[in-house]
Design a protein around this ligand. Structure first.
Ligand code: C2E
Ligand code: CA
Ligand code: CA
Ligand code: CA
Length: 276
């Protein structure tokens, strides 16, 4: 241990040091990725009771020159930590809206929407409203076709500011979904105050519907709650017919998961559109 000034003692930890170096390298690479267009969006179908694709969720990947396709969980947390989530998030918004605009022209008979993940830091940025409004206007898509997915952690932090911000974006026509619902800490009274359009049942509950009575009960309760609050409800992580049947029987009307399609590049989504 090295003494730093009066009371501060600094321990040299080689593992921590290595982590810091890895992070610094990654941060640097992520900045390059943004300018070199190494980020890419995959799209996962969202379907209704008839199995029709009614929209897609945009999920970011990093096409790293050495590492290949890097999943979001490997770089979004770092992007949040470093503030890079602001340009990354803007890029995702822009890219997803441009893609939807293209699809709206290619398939005018389909009424597709796009769901876009928004991180807390991004949502809390003072310029978030302007960025969203600008990006959507530029792409030419109807605001009503864009849905933003927020997580519960946002609500806990500053409910009043959150409500005002959601309301101002909703008045433009933009929809709001509460992602990973059931995993956070938000109480029912918060939920009541939030101007939302949709609840998204977290995949951890869906996964064990068939073999965990508690999870089955939670799922039923969420669907019932959504109905009482007059919200749409979508289940994520639907992988098999048994889960789908349970959800359907209990009043869920929107679904997303490997059973209907994995996240895939835009071109593959287009192939699905031709089939169905
Ligand atoms: P999420 O928003 O909860 O997205 C759902 C995740 O579950 C996705 O992982 C998706 O590929 C995966 N998934 C979908 N269907 C199934 C299924 O049937 N079974 C299983 N086991 N998994 C399924 P992915 O694409 O790796 O994304 C992970 C997380 O990264 C997302 O979780 C989201 O929190 C974050 N993320 C992704 N794209 C963005 C983005 O553009 N911005 C921000 N801020 N976060 C993003
Ligand atoms: Ca999501
Ligand atoms: Ca989710
Ligand atoms: Ca999740």
């Amino acid at each position: 241990a090295k003494k730093l000034g009066r009371n501060r003692i600094c321990f040299y930890d080689p593992v921590m040091q290595e982590n810091i170096e890895q992070k610094t390298t990654m941060e640097h690479e992520l900045r390059i990725a943004l300018s070199q267009e190494e980020l890419t969006l995959f799209y996962q179908p969202q379907v209704n009771l008839e199995g029709e694709i009614i929209g897609v969720e945009a999920l970011v990947r990093w096409n790293h020159p050495q590492k290949g396709l890097v999943p979001p969980n490997a770089f979004i947390p770092l992007a949040e930590e470093t503030g890079l989530i602001i340009p990354v998030g803007s890029w995702v918004l822009h890219q997803a809206c441009e893609q939807l605009s293209l699809w709206t022209k290619m398939y005018p008979e389909r009424h597709l929407h796009v769901s876009i993940n928004v991180s807390v830091k991004q949502f809390q940025e003072a310029s978030f409203y302007d960025t969203v409004a600008e990006v959507i206007a530029k792409s030419g898509v109807e605001t009503g076709r864009v849905k933003l997915e927020l997580t519960e952690s946002l609500i806990v932090e500053n409910i009043r500011e959150t409500i005002v911000k959601i309301e101002s974006l909703r008045s433009l026509g933009i929809g709001f979904s509460l992602d990973d619902f059931g995993t956070g800490y938000s109480s029912l009274s918060y939920l009541k105050r939030l101007p939302l359009d949709e609840l998204k049942i977290d995949q951890s509950f869906v996964r064990d519907i068939g073999n965990d009575n508690n999870d089955a009960m939670i799922v039923k309760t969420i669907i019932e709650m959504a109905r009482n609050f007059d919200l749409d409800v979508i289940a994520e992580g639907v992988e098999d017919q048994e889960q789908f049947k349970f959800l359907e029987e209990n009043g869920c009307t929107l679904f997303q998961g490997y059973l209907f399609g994995k996240p895939m590049p835009a071109k593959e989504i287009e192939r699905l559109f031709l089939d169905a």
